[in-house]
Structure formats: C-alpha cells, structure tokens
Design a protein around this ligand. Structure first.
Ligand SMILES: Nc1ncnc2c1ncn2[C@@H]1O[C@H](COP(=O)(O)OP(=O)(O)OP(=O)(O)O)[C@@H](O)[C@H]1O
Length: 279
C-alpha cells in the first residue's frame, strides 16, 4: 500500500478537508450513436468536488476527459446520471462555470482588452462602465498582460493568448474554472511560468477547478487531488490520489520530497498498466 490516500471508484467520497460538496457527478454515463452502433464513452462516473478544491484529470487520449468537462460545462448532456452544482442540476452553460480551452478561442478582430471586456459585458450586467473597466484592467494585470492589452490575438504569442483566455475566464469571477489542457500547447518555459501564475491566482482567490492534463508533474504541482481515468470505451474513474502538499506550493521544495516521487510513480504506473492492458 502507498502512503497517500487512494479512493477507488465508484465511491463518490472525497477528502474530509474539502467539505461541503460543491459539484457532484453522480452515476454519469455518456454514449454516442454512430449509425446503428452505440459506443459508451463514459460509464458510472462518480466524483464530488469541494468549492475551493483544485482537481486534475489524467487519462489516456480518447478516454473521455474532454467529454466529461463539457458535460460539467453544460456544453454536452450526459446519457444518464447527473451533475449537480450546489445541489442544482447542470443542464446548460452558465457564467458560474467558465471554460478555458487549449486553443485559446479568442475573437481575432478584438484586442486583448476587448476580448476580456466582451466577456465581462455579457456576464456582469449589474456593474457600471467604470467598474467593468476596473475588472478588465485588474485581470489584465493579474496575468501580466499590460504591455499587450491593446494588441490583437495574431500579434501576440501562444503563451500570451492562453493568458488572455485565463484572464477572460477569471474576470467573470466564476465559482468554477474548467480547463482543458490549458498549458498543453506551450513551450516548457512558458508553461512553467503560466502554471506558477495560475496557481498563485488560485491560491489567492480559491475556487473549484477541474483541469485536464497529460502531465503528471503539472497535476501534482497544481492540484489537491488527481483523478485517474481508465481507458475507454466505458471509461470511468480508476483511482483518486490525494496530493499531500499544503498551498502555497513551492515547486522545487515539493519535488525534493519522497512523497512527490511516490505519487508520481504511482500515477505513471497506473497509466502504464492501463496502456498495456489495451495492447
Ligand atoms: N460528438 C461526438 N460524436 C461521436 N463521438 C465522439 C464525439 N465527441 C467525442 N467522441 C468520442 O468520444 C471519445 C472521447 O473523446 P474525448 O475528446 O472526450 O477524449 P479525451 O480523453 O479528452 O481525449 P484527448 O486526451 O485526446 O483530448 C473519443 O473516442 C471520441 O472520438
């Protein structure tokens, strides 16, 4: 047995320190029809997330991670089971859940500032123009984009575009942030810097986060728990690992701890064993 706390699916329990339950995924399954054939992508997924908890989801390509995130975002419907946010069933997208995509999804004809402002205008209708301006400026500064605020997406780097996407999501002040491989397309240095920035912002503001990643080190550095998915079809939660490091985290410090390697090896062995079983 390893030292950290592992919960085997389908038990929907979660770390005692994260109560109360904020998001509850209950017996969720998702199938797609292809002509006469129906493929079950996700089967009996159960997960509970606390309102200040950072969760990472890791699993092999195609197992259904994005599908799960899209269902939580309200962009897709489950075939059976439910997702409850503060006790209410999620049926459509809402401003309390913001999604950050890997491919930025910025509007190319608007500047960085205008992209963020548009989102604030749509969601924060109760604010005055001056207050909206203040929120936009605050979030541009938060991700160090002051110098690029009046540039267009095609005038800035991929890392900067991703920061705009994150600032835009945060500016809505969502209760939950849903991130689909937010650092996946970035070079190692930019990735490391942006992970630090996002974690610092999260450590200050604390909201529920569900982040898909393929990077075990990223998951250990950033999250409170790591959800390991089994391979599809009929993918489900294989294990949930608790990350035993307090926030704020110092990457160098945690990397030197034996618990880090134990956790890392455990996650990699899980992924290897699932990969092999598919061969
Ligand atoms: N609209 C759709 N219609 C039919 N099948 C779909 C649809 N969307 C996704 N799928 C299938 O569902 C499975 C899971 O896809 P999903 O994108 O959720 O996986 P993933 O784990 O996020 O993959 P990756 O890590 O490569 O991004 C895949 O086999 C995919 O082809």
């Amino acid at each position: 047995m390893t030292k950290f706390n592992m919960l085997n699916a389908p038990k929907p329990e979660f770390g005692m320190s994260y109560a109360p339950a904020f998001l509850e995924i209950q017996q969720l399954s998702k199938s797609y029809k292809n002509g006469d054939r129906e493929t079950v992508i996700l089967k009996d997924v159960n997960l509970t997330i606390g309102e200040r908890e950072y969760i990472s989801i890791i699993g092999h390509s195609g197992c259904g991670k994005s599908t799960l995130l899209k269902i939580v975002a309200g962009l897709e419907r489950s075939t059976s089971g439910s997702v409850l946010l503060e006790g209410r069933e999620i049926r459509k997208p809402g401003a309390e859940r913001m999604m950050v995509f890997q491919n930025y999804s910025l509007l190319p004809w608007l500047t960085v500032r205008q992209n963020i402002r548009l989102a604030v205008d749509e969601v924060s209708r109760g604010l005055s123009a001056a207050e909206k301006k203040q929120v936009v400026n605050e979030h541009i500064a938060m991700v160090n984009l002051n110098a690029a605020a009046d540039k267009y997406p095609d005038e800035i780097s991929g890392g900067m575009k991703q920061r705009v996407g994150i600032a835009r999501a945060l500016a809505i002040r969502p209760k939950m942030l849903l991130m689909d491989e937010p650092f996946g397309a970035l070079d190692a240095l930019t990735k490391s810097k942006l992970q630090r920035q996002v974690l610092e912002i999260w450590e200050q503001h604390r909201q529920a986060v569900m982040m898909i990643t393929h990077d075990v080190d990223e998951a250990i550095y950033m999250s409170d728990r790591i959800v390991l998915m089994t391979n599809g079809p009929e993918a489900t939660i294989g294990e949930i690992l608790e990350v035993p490091f307090e926030h704020p985290r110092d990457r160098a410090k945690i990397r030197n701890s034996p618990a880090y390697y134990e956790l890392r090896n455990h996650a990699l062995n899980f992924l290897d064993s699932h990969f092999e079983s598919d061969e």
